[in-house]
Design a protein around this ligand. Structure first.
Ligand code: GLY
Length: 375
């Protein structure tokens, strides 16, 4: 049985999204300006461009309203420009194609959606470096002078993209994709998880020998700190690797990282950008709360803890706090979840970000038993 506030949240998402979708039908939103979604159509390879499609598929899944499907399919077609651009393709293919063409294939069985998803998986598999058993994260930003600079870089976020590879192996019955995914997950297990259960953001390898060279600071406060969205990607990413591989060691990793996250949740339930940021800094990142909550709900389900599971309780605390303090339910504004932050050292903080809305919605759909599981 869902708690009353969960039912209210579900209803409010449905009501708000019906309005927002109708007026944003041809956009690819990332953030809002004066309450109105921007449009990343001219920046089509941006890593977040699948999330609006994912929201539309979640809505379609529960309502079967054609508008949501049409919006998602239009966005999926726009992403074809990225599929044809080697500089646009990176390790974030799971975010972009599992939530668009992957969802389309699940819901409609369309052949072209299957082909797009498989092409994206093939490209992602091509980023695997067998010397170090890692998937390369970023490209070289189109700069010839700096070519090769990021050849040895892997980041924690990639754990959330591995389900694209698991999907490809499940579909094709070819274990190559799976093998790459578990090798990458094993490398992350070895080099990215610290003794206290927190994770680093960026790991650098020698791309020729595969030797792990160092961790470097990323989107969090500093080298050695704990960027909260990175912790959240790891919690959810490891439990997803467990669900696909059934390897207990990944569930253990997910639990350790979640345990670290849970003991660091402030009394307020509001999540900072970095668990190690200076006390005087109040910057929040609501996306970390929503993503971590999704991962914790999956852990709770996997270990069968029911309502009493500490992972479910923590997830509910995070989500209820977002619901009560950080959601904008006005039908005049486009985004729901407020106070999201892309990176600690960016100039701007605490704005709306599309994946904050996506993961909050996914979590509420999990709690009401109506999620389209796309990972
Ligand atoms: N994957 C990039 C980020 O979480 O900001």
């Amino acid at each position: 049985m869902s708690e009353e506030w969960v039912k209210q949240a579900e209803e409010r998402i449905r009501v708000k999204l019906a309005q927002v979708a109708a007026r944003s039908a041809h956009k690819v939103p990332y953030t809002t300006k004066d309450g109105v979604f921007d449009d990343q159509t001219g920046n089509i390879s941006w890593w977040t461009n699948g999330f609006w499609g994912g929201m539309m598929w979640q809505m379609y899944h529960v309502t079967k309203e054609g508008l949501y499907r049409e919006i998602a399919q239009e966005l999926e077609e726009k992403l074809d420009a990225t599929l044809m651009d080697p500089d646009g393709m990176d390790h974030d293919s799971g975010f972009r194609w599992l939530l668009t063409s992957g969802a389309n294939f699940r819901e409609t069985g369309r052949e072209e959606a299957y082909r797009r998803t498989l092409l994206a998986a093939c490209n992602m598999a091509g980023r695997f470096n067998p010397a170090g058993n890692f998937i390369r994260a970023w490209n070289d930003w189109g700069n010839m002078e700096r070519r090769g600079e990021n050849a040895g870089v892997a980041i924690i976020d990639c754990m959330m993209n591995l389900p694209l590879l698991y999907w490809a192996s499940e579909q094709t019955k070819d274990p190559r994709f799976y093998q790459i995914a578990v090798r990458h997950a094993d490398t992350v297990t070895k080099h990215f998880i610290r003794g206290d259960g927190s994770v680093i953001h960026i790991g650098e390898f020698d791309p020729h020998t595969g030797e792990f060279l160092r961790s470097v600071g990323g989107q969090g406060y500093a080298h050695g700190s704990s960027w909260t969205r990175g912790q959240a990607w790891a919690v959810y990413g490891f439990v997803l690797s467990y669900l696909h591989s059934k390897k207990e060691k990944y569930l253990e990793c997910a639990k350790r990282i979640a345990d670290y996250f849970i003991v660091n949740i402030p009394e307020s339930g509001l999540i900072p950008v970095d668990f190690c940021q200076p006390k005087a800094c109040g910057w929040e990142d609501s996306t970390a709360a929503a993503i971590a909550a999704c991962g914790m709900l999956e852990i709770a389900k996997a270990i069968g803890g029911g309502e009493d599971s500490p992972y479910r309780r923590a997830a509910l605390k995070l989500l209820r706090t977002l619901y009560e303090k950080r959601c904008d339910w006005s039908e005049k504004t486009d985004a729901v979840v407020q106070k999201c932050t892309a990176a600690y050292h960016d100039r701007e903080h605490e704005f709306t970000i599309i994946y904050g809305d996506y993961y909050f919605m996914e979590a509420i759909w999990k709690l009401t038993g109506q999620e389209l599981f796309m990972w």
